[in-house]
Every structure is written in structure tokens, then in C-alpha cells.
Design a protein around this ligand. Structure first.
Ligand code: IMP
Ligand code: MG
Length: 181
């Protein structure tokens, strides 16, 4: 981990709260389906998904919940483009409607991989949700059905997102500034 600071808060806890409420209003219309399965991509989505499902409950949405752990391997901070399953889902999604939740849509490789995987497993309909979207970074053309915030090309942490496994616990989203830049 290079010397860095994380003093610049990009999105406050209040702004996240408010946006989660708005997203859930839209989502609830699409997700009030018997047997809908929500799948969080780990580890970045754990906090976002926890907030979403509690809010969805208030809109009478009762999904099955599971997690998919994916990792992309590569040298340094740039991913190589190879995504691998390190822990698969246990719930059966054959014929099911699925809502996939990720922390951030960056190159698009992770979400594309997850959508393909669920399609192979027989999911009937796949909706996608990303808390953050960095459209400038896209390598594979994919858009999420629900996006929390569109942000510029800057590495961020907090609210589930990490820098070298740290800062996931922050209740806000902050920019990582490398000190030697
Ligand atoms: P993609 O496969 O390039 O779209 O990247 C998605 C994954 O890269 C996310 O699930 C994150 O784990 C990670 N990632 C991309 N940008 C950031 C960032 O700014 N902060 C923390 N993690 C990020
Ligand atoms: Mg991640």
C-alpha cells in the first residue's frame, strides 16, 4: 500500500441514505416478485446490500439473499481482466428472477462475468445494481439497471469499498489520494 490519505469525502452518509431510499423506490416496482433472489458480489457490496434489503422490506419485498465472491487477478492495482469465482452461490437460480448487486462498475468485467455466470445457471431475468459507476473506465460495454452515483475516474474507499482490504467500514465514500502523485 503506497503512502496515501483519504481526507476528501465524496459522498456523505446522509447522501448515501437518501440515494438508497430513492433506488429502493424504483427497485421495489421491479422486485416484488415471488422468489426473487438478490445476489451481492463480495466483498464490496456487503454494506450496500444490507441497507438495500432493510429498505426493500419496508416496501414488502422479501428476496432470497446470497453472495458470490469474485476476484480479478493481475499485477498491481489494475485488474488483469481475468475474473474468477472464489466462492459460488448456494441458492438455486434456475428459472428465477435475480437482482445482482455490486459496489462499483469500473471496467465492467466483474459485472459482465457475474451476469454470464447467472445466465449459465438458468436465471430467467437478471437485473443489475451498482452503488457507484465510473463510466470513463469502461472496457466492456455494460450498464447497470440501477446506479447509485456516477463518479469521475478516481479511486474511492468506504461503505464496503477497500484499498488493499482497508477502509471498508467507513460510513462515507472518500477519495484515495496517493501522496507521491
Ligand atoms: P470492474 O470489474 O473493473 O468493473 O471492477 C469492479 C471491481 O473493482 C469492484 O467490485 C471493486 O472491487 C473494484 N474497484 C474498482 N474501482 C474501485 C475503487 O475506486 N475503489 C475500490 N474498489 C474498486
Ligand atoms: Mg470488489
Amino acid at each position: 500500500m503506497k503512502p496515501h490519505h483519504i481526507h476528501d469525502i465524496l459522498i456523505t452518509p446522509e447522501a448515501i441514505d437518501q440515494r438508497v431510499d430513492e433506488l429502493v423506490l424504483d427497485m421495489a416496482k421491479e422486485c416484488r416478485v415471488e422468489g426473487i433472489v438478490m445476489i451481492g458480489i463480495l466483498r464490496g457490496s456487503f454494506m450496500f446490500l444490507a441497507d438495500l434489503v432493510r429498505d426493500l422490506y419496508r416496501h414488502d419485498v422479501h428476496p432470497k439473499i446470497d453472495f458470490l465472491t469474485l476476484e480479478s487477478y493481475g499485477a498491481g492495482t489494475e485488474s488483469s481482466g481475468t475474473v474468477k469465482v472464489t466462492k459460488d452461490i448456494s441458492v438455486d437460480v434456475n428459472g428465477a428472477e435475480v437482482l445482482l448487486v455490486d459496489d462499483i462498475l469500473d471496467t465492467g468485467r466483474t459485472l459482465t462475468f457475474a451476469v454470464d455466470l447467472l445466465r449459465q445457471k438458468g436465471a430467467k431475468r437478471i437485473l443489475t445494481c451498482a452503488l457507484l459507476d465510473k463510466p470513463e473506465r469502461r472496457v466492456i460495454p455494460i450498464e447497470a439497471d440501477f446506479v447509485g452515483f456516477t463518479i469521475p475516474d478516481h479511486f474511492v474507499v468506504g461503505y464496503g469499498l477497500d484499498y488493499d482490504s482497508r477502509y471498508r467500514e467507513l460510513p462515507y465514500i472518500a477519495k484515495v489520494t496517493l501522496l507521491d502523485e
